[in-house]
Design a protein around this ligand. Sequence first.
Ligand code: ZN
Length: 344
Amino acid sequence: MTEAPRNHVRATIVGSLPKPSWLCGPAEMFASWRLEGASLTEGQEDAVRLWIAAQEQAGIDVVTDGEQRRRHYIWGFFEGLDGIDTINLGRRPQRGQRYHKEISAARLVGEPEWRGPIFAGALRATRALTSKPIKVTLPGPMTIVDSLIDTIGGRSEEQLAFRFAELLNREALALVEAGAATIQFDEPCFNVYVDKVKDWGIAALERAARGVGVTKAVHICYGYGTSDVKRWKTANTDWSHYEHTLPLLAASSIDQVSIETAASGVDVSVIEALRGKDVLLGVVDTGSETVESAEIVAGRLRAALRYVEPGHLFACSDCGMMPLSRAAAEGKLRALAAGAALVN
Ligand code: ZN
């Protein structure tokens, strides 16, 4: 396994990469597959193969399968569980209505159950393609309950989050067994519901990560770089929620925290609260087709090195790169690795 020295800045990505046109249309938030059955599996495997090669050629240190096998970062997990209807959708307010009044949501129609590993087979297939450490992403418990219509009821949001944390934990342990180097929980809601993060969000995250013996990461962001999200980010000036959430994560068992700083205007000094943890610093904007130069990436990393040791710093994307064109995503992969190399 080729790994950078511990005093070097490394490069990785949040998770998703654009899906090739044989799988679905461009930037589909919920991929409507153009293939089915064995052809779909084959098409997804081919997509994974090309993105693993692109990450290796660029020099990315910790790779992902680009979430090529998932319709969506949350629904890919839902589809493997019992009790969730991802076909007959409803609509509900999500993310505190920050970006939209309401959006499509899967429905909880029965007791949620984990009937066996969901992504472990896919991970084994990816491992056959690369000797690089592989990260697998899972939706975090708070983000799950914010993205689901509970038609069963009888449980508080917190209780439901802990139920999902148990199921996530079983999946995470199965992924460790299958060779994951990093398990990342995606919690964009940690930037929205700051009080709930303190009251039960961190505890639910810890429950999901219990016993996970590999690197444990959490990704917090403002969502994919779509036009609605960009409008909000451009207008927002108050980033003080990090003063509340990052110290809680610093005191947790989570090893790595991914935060976006390229597009959002967040002052990089907020990461000082994460001393001792790995920081996956968002240094490329996932809402813009413009590919950052290696010098721009290096400049953003150097600014962060005032607050974090190089061995704890990763050059990373702000969020998933799913909405970008393939050419832009390939360029940003190269910029991440080249920027980290410049600093090293
Ligand atoms: Zn994100």
